[in-house]
Design a binder for this molecule. Structure first.
Ligand SMILES: Cc1cc2nc3c(=O)[nH]c(=O)nc-3n(C[C@H](O)[C@H](O)[C@H](O)COP(=O)(O)O)c2cc1C
Length: 420
């Protein structure tokens, strides 16, 4: 069985020195200018010292007009080259340099939120619509309150034209070029959690009848074009991965999802990170909260990963694909179990890394007892008023707000606080 401390070599040749990867977490530290700030770089200085196999950055939005939150790192305007865009290049160069100062490959996650861009997030203006493959608003629930809150928070999207698709494709490719020039080891396309790439992949949000809609392959065209055009302009050793949503075995979309993964594999993707959920159904944060608690039995303790079954199914179909599995890992036992099941090559760790930026050291150090090599994190409680609002996204918002707060404490050199 593979060990957590084994290195992993990706098809592009990049080597991760071990199997523990700090997952992408939006830091909300880019200020109103949406640039890598000294505070942001302070946090990456800490993660860089954590002995991770790789560090994934929080999402970098490819268009400052469409953000996930007002303080996302984002590109404003076109990136031509390092000479022409000297200031911009210099900021990202510093970001890449600090993140990799101790030899940990750092991968910049690139994202476009599409219809999941809240009204105040992005320079497009609060009354402007978002963009999406089809003009379908987010479905936050059937009740009046859910529908009204959904509309209030997320403007209804307009259907992207071919020109919009070409522009966004170019924005992804330009952002990838900037990351390569700046010295990052690679990029990860955010194709999960209901963001734009996922909106194209998913038949619930993509009802187009042109070359980008219909069959599973057509729905993957948007991301495959981005992948192919990026490959053509970055060095061959530059890694390109994707974060991808799982599908239930029993769901009608299972075979479509497998087809799309096969297409990404054929197109030369370096790794696929398996996650799940969206703003409509935020399983990425809460999937484990329906599961039995870890102390119930050693077996349930070991099965802490949220999307293990799906990852194992992908492994069976595509044995040579490098798989990363993210969501729910809190212990060495849990990480070992996923490797022992051959469900993944890489273990993605989010929230524990926001509490302890050196969490991987705890799992890798065999002199530390198994029972100590873990971090228990309770669900973040909701304030009483929030409990009155019947919206699943509220709980996810509480989780992400809490851990963003911890990341910001790391930036200030403060001790983080384990949720009680
Ligand atoms: C504060 C916070 C911000 C996040 N931001 C991102 C992000 O920018 N991109 C992304 O792919 N996932 C993001 N996630 C989701 C994590 O990468 C991960 O999928 C999720 O937290 C489940 O893993 P965990 O149980 O180890 O935390 C975020 C999670 C948190 C807590």
């Amino acid at each position: 069985m593979a060990s957590l401390s084994d290195s992993v070599k990706l098809p592009c040749g990049l080597v991760f020195p071990n199997r523990l990867v700090k997952a992408a977490m939006a830091e909300m530290l880019a200020g109103f200018q949406n640039i890598p700030t000294p505070s942001l770089i302070n946090v990456y200085d800490q993660w860089a010292k954590g002995d991770w196999g790789a560090v994934l950055t929080g999402n970098v939005q490819v268009d400052v007009n469409h953000l996930g939150n007002p303080f996302d790192v984002a590109l404003s305007g076109e990136y031509t080259d390092a000479e022409t865009n000297k200031d911009l290049f210099e900021k990202y160069r510093k970001y890449a340099e600090v993140s990799q100062a101790h030899g940990t490959p750092t991968i910049a996650q690139l994202c476009h939120p599409g219809r999941q861009s809240p009204r105040p997030a992005g320079r497009r203006g609060v009354f402007a619509s978002t963009i999406a493959p089809s003009p379908l608003p987010l479905d936050m629930g059937d009740g009046f309150v859910q529908r009204w809150l959904g509309w209030f928070a997320f403007p209804p999207p307009r259907e992207m034209t071919q020109a919009d698709i070409d522009t966004v494709t170019r924005q992804f490719v330009d952002a990838a070029r900037l990351m390569a020039d700046a010295g990052f080891s690679g990029i990860e396309l955010h194709g999960a959690h209901g963001y734009l790439i996922d909106q194209f992949l998913n038949p619930k949000s993509n009802v187009r009848t042109d070359a980008y809609g219909g069959s599973a392959a057509n729905r993957a065209k948007f991301v495959l074009d981005i992948l192919q055009q990026t490959r053509a302009v970055v060095p061959s050793h530059f890694c390109i991965g994707i974060k991808f949503n799982s599908a239930d075995h029993t769901s009608s979309s299972f075979e479509d999802t497998m087809t799309q993964i096969g297409l990404l594999a054929d197109a030369g993707i370096d790794f696929i990170e398996i996650s799940g959920g969206s703003y409509e159904d935020p399983k990425m944060f809460t999937a484990g909260q329906q599961q039995p608690q870890p102390e119930k039995s050693a077996r349930t303790a070991a099965r802490e990963a949220f999307f293990l079954e799906f990852a194992a199914a992908v492994r069976t179909r595509y044995p040579s694909l490098i798989l990363m599995l993210t969501g729910g890992f809190r212990s060495r036992a849990g990480a070992h179990y996923a490797l022992s099941q051959n469900a993944c090559d890489l273990v993605g760790i989010g929230r524990p890394a926001a509490i302890d930026p050196h969490f991987s050291k705890l799992l890798l150090d065999d002199s530390i007892e198994e029972s100590e090599a873990q971090l228990k994190l309770n669900k973040i409680p909701l304030p009483f008023w929030a409990k009155m609002i019947p919206l699943a996204a509220i709980g996810a918002g509480a989780e992400s707000t809490y851990y963003t707060g911890q990341i910001q404490r790391i930036a200030k050199g403060l001790k983080t606080i384990v949720p009680l």
